[in-house]
Design a protein around this ligand. Structure first.
Ligand code: KIV
Length: 283
């Protein structure tokens, strides 16, 4: 824990309006949350991407509310002074406005989150409105929305044609009017992201693979550090190869145990001679 103060929504809005980029990363566990707070990250997303990065599923669809609450609680314990967003998993908000409000409330009450995020455009505006009216800060997510990956035809750029780009622009307006204080644009062209950012009136626009013109950037933690073995998306810069460092450590451990060079005396605990002699007498 640091002595920094958790950013508030007015402070995030001010940062955006002053052109200071907002930093946002995914995070799913206590030790990583601790490090992210130390590094000075503004916001954490406990993403349902944990289904892939932490649980090894092929998609985010099997992730449950219970998974999300458990990981959000761990993140909050590790990063008490970071703005934490709980990501609403598949079917936790799609069925109805009431389902959406109840599950959004669980993130706030059970995991002390500061906001929730959900995927979808104008068709989800009533969910965003219901959640925001219940006093829960709500974030929209447009462009590549992984819970709809099958309908979108795969993990690919969205809004490339003029008509599809117009639909995303209209969706962003609908979410803003419904009360979203922030919208994440994932994998849309940079100029579309720029247009949406310019047109946002009281809404922060964040980019994941959508270029530099948004009010801030989001990355998936596992992609940044070479920790996801299945693929590396183009939009993710690898800032360090932690996967390689860990693999080297693991290989060395296997070697040292096999060669009996680990453990060494500094890695174990002795017993006083008199206690050992007494033990022998007891046997
Ligand atoms: O779950 C997640 O991490 C997300 C990002 C892909 C934006 O929703």
């Amino acid at each position: 824990m640091t002595d920094r103060k958790k950013p508030t929504i007015p402070q995030l809005l001010k940062k955006a309006s002053e052109g200071q980029p907002i930093t946002w990363l995914t995070c799913y566990d206590y030790p990583t949350a601790y490090l992210q707070e130390q590094a000075g990250i503004d916001m954490i997303l406990v993403g349902d991407s944990l289904g892939m990065t932490m649980l090894g599923y092929d998609s985010t669809l099997p992730v449950t509310m219970e998974d999300m609450i458990r990981h959000s609680q761990a993140v909050r314990r590790g990063a008490p002074n970071v703005f934490v967003v709980g990501d609403m998993p598949y079917m936790s908000y799609q069925p109805s406005v009431e389902t959406a409000i109840r599950n959004a409330g669980r993130f706030m009450a059970e995991a002390s989150c500061d906001a929730i995020k959900l995927e979808g455009g104008a068709e989800m505006a009533d969910r965003i409105q219901g959640i925001a009216r219940a006093g829960i800060p709500a974030i929209g997510h447009l462009g590549l929305t992984p819970q709809s990956v099958s309908a979108l035809g795969g993990y690919r750029l969205q809004g490339k044609s003029a008509s599809k780009a117009k639909k995303i622009l209209d969706d962003a307006k609908a979410l803003e009017q419904a009360g979203a204080f922030m919208i994440l644009l994932e994998m849309v062209p940079d100029r579309l992201c720029q247009l949406i950012t310019q047109r946002a009136e009281h809404c922060i626009i964040m980019s994941l693979g959508s270029g530099p013109h948004a009010h801030g950037q989001l990355l998936i933690y596992h992609d940044m550090f070479g920790l996801y073995p299945r693929f590396k998306p183009r939009m993710a810069k690898q800032f360090a190869d932690a996967g390689k460092v860990i693999l080297n450590g693991l290989t060395e451990y296997v070697k040292e145990v096999s060669e009996k060079t680990f453990p060494q005396p500094e890695n174990w605990f002795g017993m006083p001679d008199d206690e050992y002699d007494e033990l022998m007498k007891l046997l």
